[in-house]
Design a binder for this molecule. Sequence first.
Ligand SMILES: *Cc1c(COP(=O)(O)O)cnc(C)c1O
Length: 431
Amino acid sequence: MLYYSLRHAAPPVDFRQATVAGQAPDGGLYFPATIPRFSPDFLRELKTMDKAAVAFAVMQPYVGDTIPADVLRRICAEAVDFDFPLVEVTARTSALELFHGPTLAFKDVGARFMSRCLGYFSRQGQAQVTVLVATSGDTGGAVASGFLGVAGVEVIILYPAGKVSPVQELQLTTLGRNITALEVQGTFDDCQRLVKQAFTDADLARRYVLTSANSINVARWLPQQIYYCYALQQWPHIEPPVFSVPSGNFGNLCAGLLAHVSGLPARHFLAACNANDAVPDYLRSGEFTPKAAVATISNAMDVGHPSNFARILELFQHDYEPIRTTVSGYSVTDAATAATIRAVYEQHHYLLDPHGAVAYAAWQQYLAEHPTARGIVLETAHPVKFYDVVEPIIAAKVPVPTALDGLLTRQKQSVGLAADFAALKEYLLGR
Ligand SMILES: *Cc1c(COP(=O)(O)O)cnc(C)c1O
């Protein structure tokens, strides 16, 4: 499989080069040159396949011969080494729980897959690789956990000061070893802009082999298709589900759409956003206008200029009509998000996190207009990650899962940084 840059000013590369580079040298995102189709056998046998076999079948065409089949099988098995239960909340609504990995968010899947690929490529003779990653909250922890102790790889995380939850901050600032956290005086969009600029800087390129672990990186983005297959494995109905996807940078939704274009059944997709509504605006009007990010209680989705929107356009060949008929956009206020958490907790005894609640609220709006539909809400994080938001809403404590044992008493270690590229460059060159 070859990958081309969406800016069309850099040569096509294979999976290994795309993973190590993160972003194309012309500043574009890499995109697969052909979209593989799931075979009829795969779709027929899906329900009885084990998790690792599904992951391998989905990823093999994208990886090609850059990783031997036996190594890729092991990487796949390790990346999805936890549960992905589909939990029925009401007769028409199920939650796909993507938070049973080590950092309690769906980003564990992509981060674990990518870290193992990069570790393999680095052992195959690459120089030391530096992963530079911007996080709105959950990416940092998932990437830090995925890469902790991986030889030949160091990780530098940029996160917006004061805009991530206490649990998230501890997850990304307390690991030490090959993980460094930079606390940026700005927003997630500032962090993402600094990372993108670093990739195109000639002085940094002389000193570092830099790569990204955001969903910009194909090795993080593509494996997110896998759990859409796990959802269908557990789907008991004939009529395919509507997927409601809480979205910020749109890697998750774009992966679902990619799986769908590859043949995975779905009735419809919902782009569920908080107040950061550039994509819902586009879906309504056909015009895309990036905006400045605003802070909400679903902070991992506080993205004003989502990177993966460009991939969604490419997937549908820049044709507004098929995008509009496949995806509907919703923008949910913080008040509606909180009301949804409370109502679902009280009426159905199911505790949503703020991101899953945005998707749930969007799904309820869709269901009101399409009363015969059945939907899957992607529950992207465990509510305990946002206990500071959730506990006052439900007036109860969120039980702490064992995955967080010890974390809450560790010491934060971070380096403060202005939201300014010169400051980042000076830091990186001065280390
Ligand atoms: C990152 C994140 C999202 C948004 O996912 P994108 O792929 O960036 O759209 C949603 N929910 C949670 C909990 C997240 O961490």
